[in-house]
Design a protein around this ligand. Structure first.
Ligand code: ADP
Ligand code: ASP
Ligand code: MG
Length: 422
């Protein structure tokens, strides 16, 4: 008997029929003697619907007062889900109780719409488990020091589940979703993508941070920090398959580099369309310029990703970087109002039609020529690279958004990812 955390995503919770299926699956685990904590997301489309309503009424502003209400609103999607799932479990004859984040409580900081979990109190949940109940906890939400409801960023239910598993020292956290594991790339974009039976924690971290939305990056960070055994698997298998078979399916995130993984130089390809590029042309090439530009951006609490500074000509250079698309307008505004005058240039150019494509693999540490193979594959497709950034186990390029799928497919082929692993 073990304490197990299940997380079910929006599609898996998408209708009462699917919720009934989730309840039957959880009931199966409960009857097998496990202590079960379940963390569901809002029903598919619900968070978008709620945020869409908000936009109709308050399209422009994004100050703290507005963000607080967005969290108040968006968190309700998960509250509906926990209530429905607890009812469905009770209908299956399983004692179940649901909690919102503030009832557990899941303590977070006050960064509305992207709050971070500080701690989770487990007494209440443990008491229910000891009484033989299944405990259903909202994903995505928490409560700050002063009692305000917060949310954890899009896809945040993954993080809720892993954080609950870490706090409760669960034996395993199973992330049930609408694909049957982590693939070499998004199987909806490349049909030839293959499921990985294992992926190392470091690779998963890079893939998530480079845009593979199958797991929210913070959930992977939590899993790493607290060594939570984590598995991604399908919620669409028949609910009554044997537990042993289910527990061995999908993709396991591993913390040790086994030999098989060493063999695959590139394990996966990630991409994202969430960034925008900003260039400041003709800035003086002297010490302190990068700080002057990016310091002002950081002061506005805007995260910067890829950065490029060109070689200078006659003491002037161009400086480019990317930010999240949601922060694009604000960044341009900061540059125009706080930076341009002191740099002596107002030539600020932006491009929101870019994407970032990354190859990820721990094998890249010990192999040379991987980046050049990537660049060759892109050049053979006539795709121009605008920016490059690398780390020990990944290489990313920024390219025109319209070539994204072409680039991902070409790289998937070039690195033989559609071939079964040796
Ligand atoms: P959930 O609602 O269950 O949280 P998400 O939509 O957040 O599901 O994540 C699952 C989706 O992630 C899949 O449907 C797939 O399109 C996408 N995805 C992106 N990259 C990958 C990958 N490398 N492997 C598997 N799925 C991926
Ligand atoms: N419902 C939230 C979202 O759509 C959280 C999640 O699904 O993980 O982003
Ligand atoms: Mg998700």
């Amino acid at each position: 008997m073990a304490l197990i955390v299940h997380k079910y995503g929006g599609t898996s919770m998408g209708s009462t029929e699917r919720i009934r299926n989730v309840a039957k699956r959880v009931a199966k685990w409960h009857r097998a003697g496990h202590q079960m904590v379940v963390v569901p997301s809002a029903m598919s489309g619900e968070t978008n619907r709620l945020l869409g309503l908000a936009k109709e009424l308050q399209p422009a502003k994004a100050d703290d007062a507005v963000l607080r209400e967005l969290d108040m609103l968006a968190s309700t999607g998960e509250q509906v889900s926990v209530g429905l799932l607890a009812l469905a479990l009770q209908a299956e004859g399983v004692p179940a109780v649901s909690y919102a984040g503030w009832q557990v409580p899941v303590h977070t900081n006050s960064a509305y719409t992207k709050a971070r979990i500080d701690s989770i109190e487990d007494q209440r949940v443990r008491k229910d488990l000891a009484a033989g109940k299944v405990v259903v906890i909202t994903g995505f939400q928490g409560v700050d020091e002063t009692g305000n409801i917060t949310t954890l960023g899009r896809g945040g239910s993954d993080t809720s589940a892993v954080a609950v598993a870490a706090a409760m020292k669960a034996a395993e956290c199973l992330i049930y979703t609408d694909v049957d594991g982590v693939y070499t790339t998004d199987p909806r974009v490349v049909p030839e993508a293959r499921r990985l039976s294992t992926v190392s924690f470091e690779e998963m971290l890079e893939m998530a941070s480079m845009g593979s939305k199958v797991l929210q990056i913070r959930s992977v960070e939590f899993a790493g920090k607290y060594q939570v055994p984590l598995r991604v698997l399908s919620s669409f298998t028949p609910w009554d398959i044997p537990i042993a078979e289910e527990a061995a399916s999908g993709t396991l995130i591993t913390f040790e580099e086994d030999e098989k993984m060493e063999q695959a130089v590139v394990s996966g390809i990630a991409f994202n369309r969430d960034e925008a590029k900003i260039s400041i042309l003709g800035v003086p090439d002297r010490p302190g310029i990068a700080y002057q530009i990016l310091g002002a951006v950081a002061d506005a609490n805007i995260e910067v990703d890829v950065i490029i500074q060109n070689v200078s000509h006659e003491g002037k250079t161009d400086f480019s970087f990317t930010v999240h698309r949601n922060d694009y307008a604000r960044t341009v505004d900061v540059l125009k109002t706080k930076v341009a005058a002191s740099l002596g240039t107002d030539r600020i150019e932006g491009d929101t039609k870019i994407c970032k494509v990354s190859i990820v693999g721990i094998g890249m540490r010990s192999h040379v020529g991987i980046a050049s193979k990537m660049f060759r594959a892109l050049s053979e497709e006539g795709i121009n690279i605008q920016m490059i950034s690398t780390s020990e186990i990944k290489t990313s390029v920024v390219i025109d958004e319209k070539y994204m799928e072409l680039a991902v497919r070409a790289l998937h082929r070039a690195f033989d990812l559609d071939q079964p692993a040796a």
